[in-house]
Design a protein around this ligand. Sequence first.
Ligand SMILES: [Zn+2]
Length: 359
Amino acid sequence: MSESKFEFDEQIIKKLNDNCAKVDEHNYFKFLNANVDGENSSISYFLKGLIRNLSFEPNHKDKKINLTKDEQIKLVIEFYKGLDAKTGELVEQILTGKHADYKTQIGIDETLEHTKGNVGSGEDSAQIEVEVILNGTLDGPITIAHEAAHAISAHHVQLNKLETVKEKRKAAKFLNRYSVDCIGEVESYIIELLFVDFLLEKGVMQKDDYENFMAQRNNNLVNEIFQILQENDVVSHLACPITIEAFKEFEQKIKASKNYTAIMNRCRIMAECKDEHPSFAEYKFRYVVGEVVSTLWFENFKNCNASEQKRMLKTFLDYVTTKTDHVGIEEMMHILLGSNVKETCEQYYDLKKNNTVTV
Ligand SMILES: [Zn+2]
């Protein structure tokens, strides 16, 4: 038997308990469970529907580009101006360091494997800080476009108005801290997809680059959804404190399941993690929500006519600049994906289920 592969002795189970207790304290597992297993959660249908349909594709490295930093910034400004003149002007001011409310730093480090980007606020500064480090690949301008979307979004601006970090945290808790994180990634991922389309149109990206970008995005998403579902499986069955008896019972219960190996592996990863936050989902779920919603939004966008596209873009830009500071995940999905989002989710789930090939 393969049992010897997974020796969960007393010590490992104790470590798993200690690590899970840290995350449980922040109420994160409740949030995860409500959104992944919750009957009223549209996002859970999409997660399960998508995972049935998406497949792994070979990975490609990001392609090097021959564009200076200023040329990359210029491309992003041109893209935003094409979406909407006012938004474009705001982005131009932010990215060129001419907006008093923002402190923008864009650097280059060609030794970096991945471009870095962040929008936040300093403890003593009233300015919103936008930081990007490019690495000379196509990922660079895409990251500038992604961070610019955060910079103009209502919730970043609103959170930044609060004077101290402590007050910000309190306010974020009030808005539901984790929900705020998820909402924040939706705008930036929708912008990424629109921007990549723009790069293809401009000839900055070739068809190959475009397909590689989509394949990598697809891989990340499948991978992340898998890990999140596994983590949710673990925490939905093992309430803290995780006793040895409860763990052994859980292990017996899932022994026949085809996900047994993966779930036991996930338990081990969570037990052995030395980070302050040993939960994968606590950090990654926000990106998955952003990628899932943007994938579906973009699918709709590509399938409609020019006037409908115009309407979708207007709704999206209005949403980003005015609504993101107070909506929850469900409401965000209603605004961006339509009021019948629940039915769409169910259809999507069924459609993907019917597409599953059984061997
Ligand atoms: Zn982001």
